[in-house]
Structure formats: structure tokens, C-alpha cells
Design a protein around this ligand. Structure first.
Ligand code: HT7
Ligand code: ZN
Length: 896
């Protein structure tokens, strides 16, 4: 299949002004009548109309009321003899499709007994023939007809205009969307659903109806989603002056969904995972995710829907910006500076453990890609998370007020249009003409066009006689596929200097009359720059890239004492955490390389690899009287196996796993009394509230419990596992219950089995909780290769359904993508399992299969025997002749 190239963009030859869709909904055969009003685009040379379509049965085509000739070019419906001139004409197309057979979950499909749609990116063409591209924006009217008993609720975008009864037990509803939109924002839902409703009045004094639609039994779990929606609406008004532009805003939950949620105009469709929550069934992480995803989809109403993308290469225009907005929303909701820092650290952790590897692997692509085979493969952490970092850098370069001005100008210029990433940056720069962004605009745009993670090397030198400290910052970026050479980026580096006593030093650069503040942001635009700080009394410790001011890898040769100083004193919470991570990473990497550190037959390390000084530093953090629990939990969590792997040239996943497990075990034992203290201090019950402070306390108590179970594993002591089991049974909320269960499972304690059985019995009717049950087992610590057989057994469990993406992810992805110590086996059985599942899923749902296919992206860096075995497994998948484009693109790139 041919790749689509960004530079081949051409405006559409026709515009579609309005669409009238009539659906006769039937799972086996749904009839779709599509009446469009089109006109030629006068700016484009006359040519036939080529409409996109996929898996449709075409029954009739009429132009201006008369039957019309047509031909097919592959999947495309081609009309050659259309009226000449620029006058509008009517095109009527009648097709049928089979929603019940749609296992891809793209287009119109059935979940449970309910109809749903998913049209982004190119699903609308699976519903009717259309110009299925985001720059074609039309007005939609939708008539839904269906059996009333089976489908009592009929929803589509916009306002309900009319509804009523039809013959034969059927009924209808007519919806009209007051806003023009691209086809990817079309949606319909039909089924037995109930709604939590809320009337609100906006700041502008306008009334709005908010609804969260779910299956009847789930109504009690919708309060948090509704609260999150109301908070998101208020936040967008307060922070950006953006109001809800609809009388009615609906969220509908489905348990069969390829992604998290979808921002269809006025009718958001959500994975149940990001809607349903009660303290008994959802963890604090679930509550936080719901707030952020509800916010994200709501914020798309302006950034994505009112201003949309000209083409799919511009996807980050809406996704990067909207992730930035949801991150800011969650930070603002978290409240205290410390809670904001915790959210920032969590976001950066995602970027570094998922996006950095992507940027260094075969699927590396710029934030604005240049080509794709299957657009669904480009809903990536680069487009979303790196895209958000690129927006964040703009925010930091123009300031908070400047950013708000830029947003205002962006909407003044582009409201109602389909535009590009360049248009966004241009508006930001034009609204802030004196900013460093405007000054370096063309160079800044390289963040959109160049893939790869830049390295920034920092070298400091102190001259005691001159009381001068020079800091040299140099940037470089490795080649990525198709981009052998990189040009320098614009890199904002927020920095400060710490004195020997840990105090923040006033900063005075050579040539400045006086010191000004203790923190500033320097902008690195050249390959290298040197800063000279004067009036520095003693060798300082530089605190660089504060708050993670740019998505780069900072190479700075800190000594242990310097890192300990930063961990103890840095005024920037992000860098305080970062110093702790660097200390632990250093120990892990040294142990991995040290041949004297050996493993026994069960793959365990018995030598002590945790230095006493590091254990003490961690103890000091844990016992610190002022630090928040949530922050402590982050500092005391070791860098993940995949983050450790990223630091190494050649990756032996078993070695990394053994070293990390040994470090964890030793941290558990060395701090045993402190963990017990932390548990006693933080586990207290009381009413469950999902706010940042109480969830931070629960997180730290959970970590303490898991460490105490690990320590007990070594000592054979039964007290803490017993207490943990008790906690598991008595917990008043899912966070505490699941933390206790995880502590037992991850430490391999014999109480894990009865706890798992009990958990299943308690929650056998709650699909989202069962997903956790499956995921915990598939992601559990490998002991002598026990996880793969357990995963295979889980796939035979009566509750396992491979067609359901949440369930497939909870078992297959938790094993292949999130459990490297268990997946990378010397006998290659993990890879064989992976290849089988990719092929099995590809026949059902190519989007999900292609995501799984990415699990072996980084095969090329694996040590032997893993490398050869992984390559063979990928080659076996690639050899299948009838692979989907989705999987074909991933495995072809991997093998290139
Ligand atoms: N904009 C939405 C993307 C999405 C999607 C893309 C491809 C296939 C299925 C999908 N479901 C949702 C989600 C978002 O970023 O808000
Ligand atoms: Zn989005």
C-alpha cells in the first residue's frame, strides 16, 4: 500500500455544504440514506468527484433527483458526469452496512446491544460514501429510526429537533448540529441507556444541559465524570475565556472502544474506563484519569472542533495542544505547588518511558509527520505527549498571559477553519512579537519537523580566584529514520545554582550590573553556548532543566554528593525528584555492567548493591516532615525497567529485571522500620476522597505495604503479609484494596492465590474491575518463567474475551508491553506468544493489533539470544500475506 505524503496535500475538488443522513438501524443490515449538497471548489481544476468508502454495499446513486452513472476505483466511488459550473447540486447515496460484524470498532458498530460510532480518523467512510477528510466541513442533520423497545434512546450530534413514534414498534429522532464539522466528528448512539443530568448556567448566563449516558446499572458511578465535566467547563471559561457553544453536551460510555474517548461534537463517546467510578470499584489513579480524559475531550470542543486540522499530518495541532490543556487543568485542580509538581513528574515519566523510546526507534516521526501508511498508527505518544511539550515550551517562552493572548488570536484568525501547526505557532508569535518565540520562530518550528530527542550536555567549571562559574551547554540529536542530519533546536533551559550549603544562589551573568533572582530560563539556539556567572563564592551545584523545561535528555556528570545536595535542597521539586532518580539509575546501571554481580539459578542477585548512603538519602525523604506523601512515593519508586533499558546501548532485559528487583528488595529490607512507620502514618481510613492529598497518602501507604511484603519474603516473617491480607479484606475503597492485593501478588506470597480468588468472586460482574484482576496477574513479577503459563491460562478463563479491547489489553498488553522481565524469555516463548496474538488480533481489530505489534519496536538493541529470536518473531508476522495496513506498516518499519 502506498504511503500518504504531507507535501502532496491538495485542497478538495468539491465542498460539501450540508448532509442529511437517515439511518434505519439494524445490527445485521443498517440502511443509510445520505443526501448531500455539494459544489465544486472554484480554486481547483475541474475533475471527477472521488468519494471515500469502505466495506459498504452500494444500492443507489442519484444526482439532482435522477439516477446517475458511477464507477469504482478500488474503494472509491467516482462520479464523472456531474453538473458543470459552480452551482450547488444534490447527491443522494443509499448504502447498507453490517454493524454487528464490525469487530474493528471503526465506523458504526454494536457493543452489547447498543449502536456506537467511531469516525476518527477515517471511520465515517465505513458508514457512507463521503469526502472523508478533515478540511471538508459540513452542516449535519440526522434522522435515526429503530425499534423502540430495543433502542429506546437515539442520540446524535447537536440539538434534538423532533422525535416520535413509527409503525411496527419503531420510533425516530431527528438531530441537527448547529455547527459545521468535519466527518470525523460525526456520532450516533442508539440503545438502552440512562443519563445523569445536570443543568448549568455558563458565565455568559446561558443555560446548558449536561448528560452522562451509561447502561442502567452504572448510573451510580457517574458522579465523578459529571463533576469533572462541570469543572472542565468552568476552567476553560476562567483560564481561556472559552465557553460551551452547545445547548446540550453529552458523554456516552461504551465498554468496547479502541482508545480512551472521542470528542464528537456535543456527543463525546468514552471508554467506560474513563467514565465509571465509585470508591468501591475505582482507584485514585482511575479517578484522576477520568478527570483528565473528561477534561481532554471537553477541551477539544475548541481545540480540535471549532478549529480543526487541515489534514491528518496536523494531528498534533489538536492533540498536542489539548493534552497541554488537560495537563494544565489537572495541575490547576490539584491545587498546591507540590501537587502540581507531582502531576508534572507523572507527565514527564510518561514522556520519558514511552515517547523517548518511540523517538529513538523504528517508528520515530516528527510531531508533524511527513508520511504515513495508516493514520491510525500515528495516534502516538509523539503526537500527543511530545506535542504537548512543544506547546508547553511555547507557553514558557511567551509567559502565561502571552499564551492566553496567542490563543485568543488563534481563535480570531481560525475559528471555523481547518488549519495547520504552523498557523498555531504563528498566532502565538504574532501575539507576542517581542518574545524569544517570535525571535526564533523559524528555528522553533524544527520541533514540529525534526524527529528524535535532543541531548543537552552541560559542563560546569568553577574558577575560585575569579569567583566565576562557567556553564557550557551543547546540543545534539541522533539521526532518525529518513532524517540523517538534524539542525539545532530552540531549547529553553530553566536553571538555578545551589551553594555548598544548599541555598539558592542569586544569579548574575557577566556583564550584568547586579544579580537578578535565583532562577532564570536561558534559550539555547546554537549548537553550543557558554554562560559565565560572576560573584560565585564557592563551587555551585547547577540545577538544570527545572520543571523539565524542554523534552530533551540532559547529560550532566554530577557527582554523588552533588545529586544528594539536589535531592535534599533543590527548590525545584521536579529536579529534586530527578536527582533521586539519577542516583538510583546510576546504581542500577553500574550493577548491570558489573560482572562481579551475579545471579543464582532463579535469576536472583544476593550481593548488596544498594549503598548505605543512598538508602539513608531515601530514608531521609521518606521521613521528611514537610514533604508531601505523593512526592515521597514518586521519589521512592525506582526508575522502571524500560527507562533503565533506554540508558543502555545493549539491553539484556533479564539482567535489568534482576538488578531492579534486587534494588527493590534491598530498599525494602534496609528501610523496613521506616516503611512500617510510613504505613502506620498514612494508611488511616476515613471517608474516601479522590483529592491530591488523600490520594497521595494512599499511594505512599500502598508502596510501604508492597515493600513490607517484599521484606517479609526475605525474612520469612508472616506478620506483614497477614496484615496485608487483612487490609485487602477490610479496605473501604478500591485503592487500598488493590494496593494490598498487588503487594501480595507482586511479592509472590502464598496468600496471593486466596486473595485473587476472593477478589474475583467479589467483582465478577464488574468488567472494569475484572480488567484490573487480569492485568495484575499478567503484569506480575516473573519468578522462574511463571508468568507466561499464567497468561495462557488467563486467556482460557471464561471471562476472557479477545474481541473486547480493554480485556485484550489487560492480559496481552500487560504481559507483552508492560512486563519486560516476564516477556523477554531465553526460550523465546514470549515472542512466539506475541506473534500469535498479533496475528489473531489482526483478523479482528487491526488498530489494536498494530498497537501490540509495537511491543517489539526496540528489538534491535536487545542482547542475544533475545535479538535474533525477536527478529524471527517479527519476520513471521511480516510474512503473513494478508496483514492489515496497520500491522504491515509497524513490522515493515521494525525490520527496515
Ligand atoms: N481524538 C480521539 C482519537 C481517537 C481515535 C483515533 C483512532 C481510532 C480510534 C480513536 N478513538 C479516539 C481521542 C482524543 O485524542 O481525544
Ligand atoms: Zn485528543
Amino acid at each position: 500500500t502506498k504511503a500518504t505524503q504531507r507535501l502532496d496535500y491538495a485542497p478538495p475538488a468539491y465542498w460539501i455544504d450540508s448532509v442529511e443522513l437517515t439511518f434505519d438501524l439494524d445490527p445485521a443490515k443498517t440502511r443509510v440514506l445520505n443526501r448531500m449538497r455539494l459544489r465544486r471548489n472554484p480554486g481547483v481544476a475541474p475533475q471527477p468527484l472521488r468519494l471515500d468508502g469502505e466495506e459498504l454495499n452500494l444500492a443507489r446513486v442519484m444526482v439532482n433527483g435522477a439516477g446517475s452513472s458511477f464507477k469504482m476505483e478500488g474503494d472509491k466511488l467516482v462520479l464523472e458526469n456531474l453538473p458543470e459550473g459552480n452551482d450547488p447540486f444534490e447527491l443522494e447515496i443509499f448504502t447498507t452496512c453490517a454493524p454487528a460484524k464490525n469487530t474493528q470498532l471503526s465506523g458504526l458498530y454494536v457493543s452489547g446491544d447498543t449502536f456506537f460510532t467511531q469516525c476518527e480518523a477515517e471511520g465515517f467512510r465505513r458508514i457512507t460514501y463521503f469526502l472523508d477528510r478533515p478540511d471538508v466541513m459540513a452542516s449535519y442533520q440526522v434522522l435515526l429510526r429503530a425499534d423502540k423497545a430495543q433502542y429506546p434512546v437515539l442520540l446524535s450530534n447537536g440539538n434534538l429537533v423532533e422525535s416520535g413514534e413509527l409503525d411496527g414498534g419503531r420510533h425516530f429522532a431527528r438531530w441537527a448540529d448547529p455547527h459545521r464539522k468535519p466527518s470525523y466528528l460525526f456520532a450516533l448512539v442508539a440503545g438502552k441507556l440512562v443519563a445523569r443530568e445536570q443543568q448549568i448556567v455558563s458565565r455568559a448566563g446561558k443555560p446548558h444541559l449536561l448528560q452522562v449516558w451509561v447502561r442502567p446499572g452504572d448510573l451510580g458511578k457517574t458522579e465523578h465524570a459529571m463533576n469533572s465535566l462541570m469543572a472542565a467547563i468552568a476552567w476553560d471559561e476562567a483560564r481561556f475565556g472559552l465557553s460551551l457553544d452547545l445547548e446540550r453536551f453529552m458523554i456516552v460510555a461504551t465498554s468496547d472502544f479502541n482508545m480512551g474517548a472521542m470528542e464528537n461534537k456535543g456527543l463525546n463517546i468514552f471508554n467506560t474506563k474513563y467514565v465509571l467510578a465509585s470508591e468501591a470499584t475505582a482507584t485514585d489513579v482511575d479517578f484522576a484519569n477520568i478527570e483528565s480524559v473528561v477534561g481532554h475531550e471537553y477541551f477539544h470542543n475548541w481545540t480540535g472542533n471549532r478549529v480543526t486540522c487541515r489534514d491528518w499530518f496536523q494531528l498534533s495541532l489538536k492533540e498536542g495542544l489539548t493534552v497541554f490543556r488537560d495537563q494544565e487543568f489537572s495541575q490547576d485542580m490539584a491545587g498546591s505547588p507540590s501537587a502540581r509538581a507531582v502531576k508534572r513528574i507523572e507527565d514527564v515519566r510518561v514522556l520519558r518511558t514511552a515517547q523517548f523510546p518511540e523517538d529513538a526507534g523504528p517508528m520515530a516521526h516528527p510531531v508533524r509527520p511527513d508520511s504515513y501508511v495508516e493514520i491510525n498508527n500515528f495516534y502516538t505518544v509523539t503526537i500527543y505527549e511530545k506535542g504537548a511539550e512543544v506547546v508547553r515550551m511555547q507557553h514558557n517562552l511567551v509567559g502565561r498571559e502571552g499564551f492566553a493572548r496567542g490563543m485568543k488570536l488563534y481563535f480570531e484568525r481560525h475559528d471555523g477553519h481547518a488549519v495547520t501547526c504552523d498557523d498555531f505557532v504563528q498566532a502565538m508569535a504574532d501575539a507576542n512579537p517581542a518574545s524569544p518565540l517570535a525571535l526564533h520562530l523559524e528555528q522553533f518550528k524544527r520541533w514540529y519537523s525534526q524527529a528524535g530527542t535532543p541531548h543537552v550536555k552541560a559542563v560546569g567549571q568553577y574558577d575560585a580566584d575569579a569567583r566565576r562559574y562557567t556553564l557550557t551547554l551543547s546540543q545534539s540529536c541522533a539521526a532518525t529514520p529518513g532524517q540523517p542530519e538534524k539542525h539545532p533546536f530552540v531549547i529553553p533551559v530553566a536553571l538555578g545554582l545551589l551553594g555548598t550549603d544548599g541555598r539558592a544562589l542569586p544569579l548574575q551573568l557577566e556583564g550584568e550590573a547586579a544579580a537578578g533572582g535565583t532562577e532564570r530560563t536561558v534559550v539555547l539556539t546554537e549548537p553550543s553556548m557558554t554562560l559565565a556567572f560572576v560573584n560565585v563564592d564557592s563551587p555551585p551545584v547547577p540545577s538544570l532543566l527545572r520543571g523539565f523545561s524542554a523534552p530533551v535528555i540532559l547529560d550532566c556528570e554530577y557527582g554523588d554528593a552533588e545529586l544528594l545536595a539536589l535531592l535534599t535542597h533543590d527548590g525545584d521539586a521536579f529536579n529534586r525528584w530527578e536527582a533521586g532518580q539519577r542516583l538510583m539509575l546510576r546504581i542500577a546501571i553500574n550493577a548491570i555492567a558489573d560482572e562481579a554481580v551475579t545471579t543464582d539459578a532463579a535469576g536472583q542477585i544476593h550481593q548488596n548493591i544498594l549503598p548505605a548512603a543512598l538508602a539513608q538519602a531515601m530514608r531521609d525523604v521518606l521521613r521528611h516532615p514537610q514533604l508531601d506523601a505523593a512526592f515521597k512515593e514518586l521519589v521512592l519508586t525506582l526508575p522502571s525497567e524500560s527507562y533503565i533499558a533506554e540508558q543502555l546501548g545493549v539491553v539484556d532485559p533479564q539482567r535489568i529485571h534482576a538488578v531492579r528487583e534486587a534494588l527493590r528488595q534491598q530498599l525494602a529490607v534496609a528501610l523496613q522500620a521506616d516503611w512500617a512507620w510510613a504505613w502506620e502514618e498514612h494508611h488511616a481510613g476515613g471517608a474516601h476522597r479522590p483529592d491530591a492529598v488523600s490520594s497521595g497518602r494512599r499511594a505512599l501507604a500502598g508502596l510501604a505495604l508492597s515493600m513490607l511484603c517484599l521484606a517479609a519474603r526475605q525474612s520469612g516473617d508472616a506478620v506483614w503479609p497477614g496484615k496485608t491480607y487483612q487490609r485487602f479484606k477490610d479496605a473501604g475503597n478500591m485503592t487500598d484494596r488493590f494496593n494490598a492485593l498487588s503487594a501480595l501478588v507482586m511479592s509472590g506470597h502464598e496468600l496471593a492465590a486466596p486473595a485473587l480468588a476472593r477478589f474475583h468472586a467479589m467483582f465478577k460482574d464488574d468488567a472494569l474491575v475484572l480488567d484490573k484482576w487480569f492485568a495484575l496477574q499478567a503484569g506480575s513479577t516473573d519468578r522462574g518463567g511463571n508468568v507466561l503459563p499464567a497468561v495462557k491460562a488467563l486467556m482460557k478463563h471464561p471471562d476472557f474475551h479477545i474481541k473486547n479491547p480493554n480485556r485484550a489489553r489487560s492480559v496481552i498488553f500487560s504481559y507483552c508491553s508492560a512486563n519486560p522481565g516476564a516477556f523477554h524469555r531465553q526460550d523465546a516463548a514470549g515472542y512466539v506468544f506475541w506473534a500469535d496474538r498479533v496475528l489473531e488480533l489482526d483478523a479482528l481489530n487491526p488498530q489494536v493489533a498494530a498497537r501490540l505489534a509495537r511491543a517489539l519496536d526496540r528489538w534491535n538493541r536487545l542482547a542475544e539470544p533475545y535479538r535474533t529470536a525477536a527478529r524471527e518473531a517479527i519476520a513471521r508476522v511480516a510474512a503473513k500475506p494478508d496483514l492489515s495496513n496497520d500491522v504491515r506498516e509497524v513490522v515493515t518499519r521494525a525490520l527496515a
